[in-house]
Write a protein of this length. Structure first.
Length: 443
């Protein structure tokens, strides 16, 4: 127990003798000083003129503070006069390009302040040039003509000469695709923390724009930011978004299987949206897959085209958009299968008995480009005539349901693959005796 007690007492005495934290404060200049970097044991401050700059030091000790300054390391330090009031001392007549510090008795660690007058390192921006990059369809090159002096400082212990990075920002406009709204939106792009020497490559914008260089960061803080604007850059980069919409031709009674395509006739709208006015020239081609793009049967120059497919086969619809000079191109294509024709005719239905379930006489079909059908009763009276296979007979004549029994149909149709259909047969109409429409039947 005695040994442990001694150790505890010793530790308490040690910490009571340790110096407490001290603090520097830099004030003055036309604008409040800016802490540019902190690299223990050194803090580097930029000031907006040194005429009225002061450095203040506060500690827990009432002893006299001795101030020094150094040019390249603490080894060449020279004394500086100061004014002390209690635990606080102040030095004035600060000069650019010096490190300042206080020596204090019993101080375990030394700390330093470096002062640089921002006004002595002026930036001169000449011109900003934008040109096509190594790939004019995807990149641009930004070049700056400038003079940017180095703001330097020396580390106090090693005497190493270091330079403060001078950061700039570059802004320019472009476009961004909004998938939800299906349109391009204007955006502003910015790159920060750009350092000199200034030569940058950027993704080519999707619109014509100018590039703006601002800097440096310290100048922005002191309200002395330099701004340089490039000439207007005419972009060549294109971006294409294409889509298809079935306008007409696909109905609920079209036959389908897992691998079936679309049923003819089918009208499709092909649409293309690109970053106009950079994207200026559209070219659509529709061709049979086996014949290739060099043999299109449809060519169209415009952003949208409607086409009705009346024949079976595998087709490709391709669109190409290019910029105003024809240099940069974007492409999209759609694979389309128009299925072979088929025609199936039911032989029974129950109008007026089971609403929504087998209550209409409709054929099941695919790719019919011509259709005509007739339904007769047993005496040869025409009950219904139709020319659209998507439509059907509701079992009525003159607004009233016909009597249950056997009726006869004749259908004449032409498939997109050239097959000619001539079909005829019986139709059985069933109806429950409890049908509410029985009194309205045609006898």
């Amino acid at each position: 127990m005695l040994n442990i007690h001694k150790i505890i007492v010793f530790c308490c005495v040690w910490f009571s003798l340790s110096p407490l934290a001290a603090q520097y404060s830099v004030k003055g200049g036309k604008t409040n000083p800016y802490l540019a970097t902190e690299e223990k044991p050194l803090q580097v401050y930029l000031v907006d003129g040194v005429d009225n700059v002061q450095i203040e030091y506060t500690s827990q000790s009432d002893k006299t503070h001795r101030w020094f300054r150094y040019r390249t390391s603490y080894k060449d330090a020279e004394p500086v006069s100061s004014t002390q009031n209690g635990r606080t001392s102040v030095i004035s007549h600060i000069e650019n390009g010096f490190g300042y510090f206080v020596e204090e008795e019993n101080k375990m660690e030394q700390s330093y302040i470096w002062i640089a007058d921002y006004n002595l390192y002026p930036i001169v921006l000449g011109s900003l040039t934008v040109s096509d990059g190594s790939s004019p369809c995807s990149s641009v090159r930004l070049m700056g003509d400038y003079t940017i002096p180095e703001i330097y400082y020396f580390t106090p212990v090693g005497g190493d000469r270091k330079t403060l990075p001078r950061y700039f920002s570059v802004t320019y406009n472009s476009l961004k695709w909004n998938e939800e709204l299906q349109t391009f939106e204007n955006i502003e792009l910015e790159e920060t923390n750009v350092t000199e020497p200034f030569e940058r490559t950027y993704s080519a914008p999707l619109c014509d724009t100018e590039f703006t260089l601002k800097g440096d960061t310290y100048g922005s803080y002191f309200n002395k930011e330099q701004i340089l604007v490039s000439d207007f850059y005419e972009s060549k980069r294109t971006e294409l978004h294409a889509d298809t919409t079935i306008i007409s031709g696909q109905t609920t009674n079209i036959s389908s299987d897992e691998n079936s395509g679309m049923s003819a006739p089918v009208e499709i709208q092909f649409s293309a949206i690109a970053n106009e006015p950079v994207a200026a020239l559209y070219n659509w081609k529709i061709y049979r897959k086996e014949e290739g793009e060099d043999n299109p049967f449809v060519q169209f120059t415009g952003d949208n085209v409607d086409y009705t497919f009346n024949e079976a086969g595998d087709f490709v619809a391709a669109v190409e958009v290019s910029d105003r000079t024809g240099t940069c191109v974007s492409n999209a294509e759609f694979q389309l299968q128009i299925t072979e024709s088929s025609l199936d005719v039911p032989n029974v239905f129950s109008p007026g008995s089971t609403p929504g379930v087998n209550d209409e006489f409709k054929v099941a079909y695919k790719s019919l480009i011509r259709f005509e059908g007739w339904i007769y009763n047993r005496w040869g009276v025409l009950m219904y005539h139709w020319t659209n296979p998507a439509e059907g007979w509701d079992g009525k004549k003159g607004g009233k349901y016909v009597s249950p029994g056997v009726y006869y149909y004749i259908i004449d149709a032409q498939g997109s693959d050239g097959i000619h259909y001539k079909k005829k047969g019986d139709i059985n109409i069933l109806r429950s005796k409890n049908s509410s429409n029985e009194k309205d039947m045609v006898q």
